[in-house]
Design a protein around this ligand. Structure first.
Ligand code: NAP
Length: 316
């Protein structure tokens, strides 16, 4: 993804920004907020001592703490960057220390279940503006993050209509300051769209790699040894964080099962075309899917370079 040349904000739009969970996404926000001058003080709050030590070493936050009170005090915006299943507990820990006018946000990959997990804990006068950046990699932890992760990517915000417009505008400004394109939609719509564009592809990748791993025992390493690029691309997705993905499937169950039902029907139709040698049906389907790939590239969400732009080994 080419880096956008974003201007640094002349004065930071946020006084104090607290990031909870300094993994891939949290540490990328910290790095981007610093690079583009989006917060006067960046506070990193993480329960893990080793992560805190690493964040301090990397110098990507002004304050590094494991204490929820120190993390929440006087903050303007809290972004919860922990797995979906941990978001409710993280919000509950911080809630008593938030000042009136503070905003709570998150980056969780499921939105419907998350509102029920956070909202009951928040004191009056604290706005909830949930978000989800459509950006990431299969890596985890504070070393995996980078400041340009959100450049040119989408970030979806899902505030209910009753949400304070000024709070939504502040969260939008943060994401735009990090180079993201922001769109708003309902939490339910988000969960439906992401079920097909992200959650189901991960389920399929986990499944196909799992099946191959079982075959692996039967064929004595040949699956791995002769793995073609199609399979290797699935293994990249199937290397994603197990906790994060477990939580996504537990919290977006209905939409994922609905899409899986549709997927199974279409797969049966494809199997039928293979069984009956219906080359016309197969060719028509593959032509349609190739056009989808080309439009994703045309919209700048993927590179057209061969092998997804991976560096090639030097010629022999
Ligand atoms: P990550 O690199 O694994 O980081 C997660 C962070 O949360 C770590 O600092 C971890 O600390 C902490 N954490 C884990 N369990 C916790 C708990 N029970 N209580 C408090 N802290 C906990 O994960 P990530 O990829 O940044 O994902 C974070 C969030 O972003 C998730 O909600 C995910 O759905 C969302 N998201 C991810 C992607 C992606 O591609 N990765 C893209 C968009 C959105 P420990 O070291 O203690 O485990």
């Amino acid at each position: 993804m080419p880096e956008l040349h974003l201007a640094e904000a002349a004065t930071p739009p946020l006084g104090r920004l607290t990031i909870v969970g300094l993994g891939l996404i949290g540490s990328s926000i910290a790095r981007a907020a610093r690079r583009y001058n989006l917060a006067g003080t960046i506070v990193a709050l993480d329960r893990d001592e080793a992560v805190r030590a690493r964040v301090a070493e990397l110098g990507i936050a002004d304050v590094v703490t494991g204490d929820p009170q120190a993390g929440a005090a006087e903050t303007d915006l809290v972004i919860l960057c922990v797995p979906v299943g941990a978001i409710g507990a993280a919000a509950a820990e911080l809630a008593p220390y938030l000042k009136p006018g503070a905003i709570v946000s998150d980056v969780g990959s499921v939105k419907g279940a998350v509102v029920a997990a956070i909202q009951p804990h928040l004191p009056a006068g604290v706005a909830l503006v949930r978000g989800h950046p459509i950006a990431g990699t299969e890596f985890s932890g504070p070393d995996a993050g980078f400041a340009t992760l959100f450049n040119g990517r989408w970030c979806i915000l899902t505030p209910p209509e009753s949400t304070d417009a000024a709070a939504v505008a502040r969260v939008r400004a943060l994401w735009e300051g990090m180079g993201a394109n922001v769109e708003t939609m309902s939490a339910e719509h988000h969960d439906h769209v992401l079920a097909i564009t992200s959650h189901l592809p991960h389920l399929i990748a986990y499944n196909i790699v799992g099946t191959a791993a079982d075959l692996e025992e039967a064929t004595q390493s040949e699956v791995i040894k002769f793995s073609a690029s199609g399979f290797r691309d699935f293994t990249r997705i199937a290397a994603s964080d197990p906790t994060m993905w477990r939580d996504i499937f537990l919290n977006n169950r209905e939409a994922v099962l609905e899409m899986l039902g549709r997927f199974n029907e279409d797969l049966s139709a494809l199997a039928k075309a293979v069984r009956w040698g219906d080359g016309e049906a197969l060719h028509a389907m593959f032509t349609r899917t190739r056009a989808i790939r080309r439009s994703i590239v045309a919209q700048g969400q993927e590179t057209a370079a061969p092998d997804f732009g991976r560096p090639r080994p030097p010629e022999a």
